[in-house]
Design a protein around this ligand. Structure first.
Ligand SMILES: NC(=O)c1ccc[n+]([C@@H]2O[C@H](COP(=O)([O-])OP(=O)(O)OC[C@H]3O[C@@H](n4cnc5c(N)ncnc54)[C@H](OP(=O)(O)O)[C@@H]3O)[C@@H](O)[C@H]2O)c1
Length: 307
């Protein structure tokens, strides 16, 4: 039975360290400040914004919510981005996605001041990451490696030595998770492989995943990865966050007190099934997601200290 890697516990531990650093900066006269930019009403983006706001407040960061209507013009959004780039009280800027399709997302990301780019979204920082130069690491893939390395260290391993030459398979190639996770694995001298929907369509997905010493799953497909896709003893990092209906024993939708369908959050990994074969696994909720906003806050504190 796999060990459970407790993201919530690690988040609490790191939060205490980051809050102390934020307090030291505030004591010296500069309170680290984070702004999110939300255009429109997307449900997932609003949930993420609330989590960021809560983390910022718990850690003593100043937080600014910039919300624009879905119909905002590109010029209005770019003006808001410019104002934040120039504002000395703001050290981190995060445009939330998805943005309305009419907006030029690439231009919005390019309008982040590179020094305030706390999720490694600006092309200059993506290039630096690719080249192995120092950057504020993208929060979600950084959370994957923080969990992995802390788990290894807790088991008495030297994480860097353990990862050298290991097979790290990443399902998903998004710009915010899959691709940077590949680069973070490569930086650690692991042997990363990226697989995606065309690997699956070609019928080759499980052949790759079964070779993985570390399997990072970021696909947005509820409980897709099952035990037969996982090498016995592998470490499984589940990035997915999916909302699915709760059903009763007969498969009918379960209802809450007000008669509405009940929903629950699951990852991209069939947790109970995979837990039987894996060596360690992150739960959802309480795994990668629990750590992401804390690492975002850490980047804000670092950006503030470097300003
Ligand atoms: N914990 C956190 O902090 C956090 C942060 C961000 C995202 N997430 C969650 O992580 C998940 C992934 O997010 P994302 O933004 O990376 O998603 P995304 O942009 O939708 O990318 C999904 C990736 O999965 C691949 N994929 C889809 N179906 C597949 C299949 N059957 N076999 C193999 N690969 C398949 C896609 O391949 P193609 O490229 O070929 O289409 C794509 O590369 C979502 O559940 C999201 O909610 C969590």
């Amino acid at each position: 039975m796999a060990a459970i890697i407790d993201g919530a516990a690690l988040a609490r531990e790191l939060a205490a360290e980051i809050a102390a650093e934020a307090a030291a900066l505030a004591g010296a006269g500069v309170r680290p400040g984070l702004a999110t930019v939300l255009v429109g009403e997307d449900y997932g983006a609003r949930v993420y914004r609330r989590q960021i706001e809560r983390t910022a407040s718990e850690l003593g960061l100043a937080y600014r919510d910039v919300t624009l209507p879905a119909a905002a013009s590109a010029a209005e959004v770019m003006a808001a981005m410019r104002a934040l780039a120039e504002d000395p009280a703001i050290h981190g800027v995060l445009p939330l996605r998805p943005m309305p399709p009419a907006l030029p997302e690439a231009d919005v990301l390019e309008a982040i001041a590179p020094a305030k780019d706390v999720d490694c979204l600006h092309p200059a920082n993506v290039g630096r990451l690719m080249l192995g130069r120092p950057v504020l690491p993208p929060a979600t893939p950084a959370a994957c490696f923080e969990l992995l390395e802390r788990h290894l260290a807790a088991g008495g391993q030297d994480p860097r030595a353990w990862l050298q030459g290991r097979e790290v398979v990443i399902i998903g190639r998004s710009n915010i998770v899959g691709k940077p996770a590949y680069l973070l694995a490569l930086q650690r001298n692991a042997t990363p492989t990226t697989v995606h929907s065309y690997t699956w369509r070609a019928g080759h997905l499980a052949a790759h995943t079964r070779r993985a010493d570390v399997l990072i799953v970021a696909m947005g497909r509820p409980e897709f990865v099952t035990a037969e896709m996982v090498k016995p003893g592998a470490i499984v990092i589940d990035v997915g966050i999916n909302s699915v209906p709760v059903t009763d024993a007969e498969g009918r939708p379960a209802l809450d007190d007000r008669g509405r369908p009940r929903r629950r959050t699951v990852g991209d990994v069939a947790f109970d099934d995979v837990r039987r074969v894996a060596g360690a696994i992150t739960p959802v909720p309480g795994g990668v997601g629990a750590l992401t906003t804390v690492l975002l806050a850490r980047n804000v504190v670092r950006a503030c200290a470097a300003a």
